[in-house]
Design a protein around this ligand. Structure first.
Ligand code: GLU
Length: 475
């Protein structure tokens, strides 16, 4: 196996299975049911032709539905040269566990097209996306009640809009058709806050972790994000927004790694300045306020407190794990640490906040978007003004009773109804914080569970098992 960077590694799906099997022993679930939870329920591999310039290319693509214990199934679509069946299966499985952890009522799925999107222009990408969607429709692999894609590595709002439009063309009668895909532009019934959601979720997860004194004492760090030195790998949607929230909270962004290389400055790199630089020059390299490192890989091994891999799987392997200096690894990407690497890191005492929890903010807000699409009304529309008036009345009564007046500015802070974005952000924070303590409880209360990933898997497996038992399929 090799990832999109051509680096050899063990099978990603086997990695996920290893984590699963290790966690399985800490549950009371019989082996038959564990096997049912572990396997991928449906794997759809397709090949289809697309005209590119004067030639026809035959493209390879996938959609995997890992678990039907709950429907619809849910998960992103990835455009990358590294796409293969093993990768999509692993990512689909992680989606099942991720949804279970944050109580998002979906089974896991994932899709991918084996292309480098940079090799195609916009019109060609649109043709590829529409054809892929048509293939999904043909086999009943997409729909608001069946399987709901979303963005992933190499895709975004634009692709989701094309998927939606293709789906609606085939299902003009479907009143809930807009719920066939999430991560859509707001102008096409997407939801405010979805773009930043994964990064915001990463921020909440790391913030909770570093606020626990006992846990920080164990790894020799002080509490709080302020002043923590952070390295970000990947400046895509997830990496960029995570970095932004960390910087806002007073953390110091000391390093960045991207495809073109890595940069480092122990005193910190301003994200806005770096983003501007990259836009102008097409690269993070030669940024005047940081030093260039020899390779992107070297960037991962620099001095820092927290390392945030936010791009692809298998970037921390048994080869570079011994040289990682971070005390916390926050897995914003899916599968960035291999099972072999994890063994080494845990021995070194590294605190790994696992992907299946930490990057669940994206699918959480996707769930909110799906709910919005099914209810056909924007969150906040029915009650924003009502809440505002109710608070205003309370403020008036307080003024009368106390004979004191509250300033206009204070009034506007107190008497405010929630907008869609307020509700999305607060729903996301509630979800991430609750899930964090749920997993930590399992981790700290079970003597033999040594790491947060195992605790997260145990939490997820138990929830999926409960659904199967409730269905009466397993005793
Ligand atoms: N691709 C994202 C993930 O890996 C989002 C999935 C979704 O929103 O359905 O979690």
């Amino acid at each position: 196996m090799s990832n999109s960077k051509g680096v050899k590694h063990e099978s990603f799906f086997k990695n996920v299975e290893k984590y699963f099997d290790h966690a399985g022993q800490f549950t009371k679930i019989p082996s038959g049911l564990l096997n049912q939870i572990k396997v991928c329920n449906s794997v759809y591999k397709m090949k289809f032709p697309v005209k590119v310039g004067n030639e026809y290319q035959v493209l390879e693509a996938y959609r995997v539905q890992h678990s039907h214990h709950r429907v619809p199934t849910k998960g992103g679509i990835r455009y990358s040269e590294g796409v293969n069946q093993d990768e999509v299966m692993a990512l689909a499985a992680l989606m099942t566990y991720k949804c279970a952890i944050v109580d998002v009522p979906f089974g896991g799925a994932k899709g991918g097209i084996k292309i480098n999107p940079r090799d195609y222009n916009e019109a060609q990408l649109q043709r590829i996306t529409r054809r892929y969607t048509a293939e999904l429709i043909k086999k009943n692999f997409i729909g608001p009640a069946i399987d709901v894609p979303a963005p992933d590595y190499g895709t975004g709002e634009r692709e989701m809009a094309w998927i939606l439009d293709t789906y609606l063309a085939f299902h003009p009668e479907s009143i809930d058709g807009y719920g066939c895909v999430t991560g859509k532009p707001v102008s096409l019934n997407g939801i405010r806050g979805r773009r930043e959601a994964t990064g915001r979720g990463v921020f909440f997860g790391v913030r909770e972790a570093v606020n626990i004194k006992k846990d920080m004492n164990e790894i020799g760090l002080s509490t709080g994000l302020e002043g923590k030195r952070i390295i970000i790998q990947g400046l895509g949607n997830v990496g960029y927004h995570s970095a932004n929230f960390f910087q806002e909270a007073g953390a110091i962004l000391v390093g960045f790694c991207e495809i073109e290389g890595a940069i480092y400055n122990k005193n910190g790199i301003d994200l806005a300045e770096l983003t501007k630089w990259r836009k102008e020059t097409g690269s993070i390299m030669d940024f005047p306020k940081a030093k260039n490192l020899n390779s992107s890989w070297e960037g991962l091994e620099q001095e820092c407190d927290i390392l945030i891999p936010a791009a692809l799987e298998n970037v921390i392997t048994k080869d570079n794990a011994p040289r990682i200096k971070a005390k916390i690894i926050g897995e914003a990407a899916n599968g960035p640490v291999t099972a072999e690497a994890q063994e080494i890191l845990l021995k070194k005492g590294v605190y790994i906040i696992p992907d299946l929890y930490l990057n669940a903010g994206g699918v959480t807000v996707s769930y909110f978007e799906w709910l919005k699409n099914l209810s056909h009304v924007r969150f906040g529309r029915m009650d924003k003004r009502f809440t505002q008036y109710a608070f205003e009345n309370v403020v008036d009564v307080i003024e009368k009773l106390t004979n004191k007046s509250i300033s206009k500015k204070e009034k506007s802070i107190i008497a405010r109804g929630a907008e869609e974005i307020d509700l999305v952000d607060s729903g996301l924070e509630e979800t991430m914080v609750t899930a964090f303590y749920g997993i930590r409880d399992v981790w700290k209360k079970h003597r033999k569970i040594e790491d947060m990933r195992t605790a997260a898997f145990v939490t997820a497996i138990n929830k999926v098992a409960d659904a199967y038992v409730a269905m009466g399929i397993f005793p």
